[in-house]
Design a protein around this ligand. Sequence first.
Ligand SMILES: [Ca+2]
Ligand SMILES: [Ca+2]
Ligand SMILES: [Ca+2]
Ligand SMILES: [Ca+2]
Length: 322
Amino acid sequence: MRSSSAHRHPALRTVLAVAVAGLTSACSCGEPSLPPPPPPPPETTGDTSIAETGDTGPPLPCDAPEVEPNDTFQTPTMLPLDQVGCGGFEVETDFDHWEFTVDAPTWVTVRAYADAGSTANVAVLMTSTSGDIAAGRDGDFEAQDVTMLFPALPDRYTVNIREETTQAGASYTYEVVATIAKSPVFFDEDGEVIDWVEESEPNDDEVTAIPLRDGDAVLGFSDEPSDADWYTVTVPPGRHSLSFDVQAYLVGSAGDYRLTLLDENLEVIKTNESAGPVTEKDPRLNYASDGNEVLYLLVIEEASLGNPAVWYLLDTRVEADQ
Ligand SMILES: [Ca+2]
Ligand SMILES: [Ca+2]
Ligand SMILES: [Ca+2]
Ligand SMILES: [Ca+2]
């Protein structure tokens, strides 16, 4: 993905190789003077203007270099899908806006990352002209990159990129790319693909709670502000170990989720907003049941953002103790 360095270095090597070849032929010491080497044959495209421009211009650092000033929503740099854009933070107040267009409903992945040798730590805010999406991410914890995955409707999307710690300089460079994604694929801790179904709304109270059984996985959305998603589990007789595992922020959602487990009288048994196995933001809730009880699980997005970039995968285990 980091194609700017892949572009730059081979091109540089080519220039050096040509220069060295030129020196070698110039210093043909002791030999009769040779005629200069013939110029390279012209491109045979029939359109010499394009060939000349392509041959003489400096190589682009990436598919779509940023065009400053791009500090406002009115002056974005265009980012065609699947092409790599590149930019930098040369002054501390630099904000960079990029824009891409989606023509048909699809999942989209947006990645922004410090390119090779960069010390930048990027943060991303994404918006759409319709206002349906307004979601931000400040990186995957220690990593210098941000990945957002979301279901996009046809629209124009603006990606605002800034240096997370407002630092700037020649080494604060980054790349950004927006790609069409297939339906998302999730893996469990054993590396097995999780077989999921989409949540069915309304599920906003205990009466409409979605029943879950062992092995069920649901792809849920929090696309309305303060959306409450209720689920219910009927635990068979005998001791059982239950776990509810959320994958969201780690896999590209903008959501920060909290899980709450309630008994059949809607008394809270326990809640977990963090301390998941991998990230602070994606919770896992474990519960040891004596069996033969009805439980409810409430899934809430803590910031109540309410937009399509806020979603989660809920994976359920209800296993009889040995
Ligand atoms: Ca910039
Ligand atoms: Ca800028
Ligand atoms: Ca929902
Ligand atoms: Ca709901």
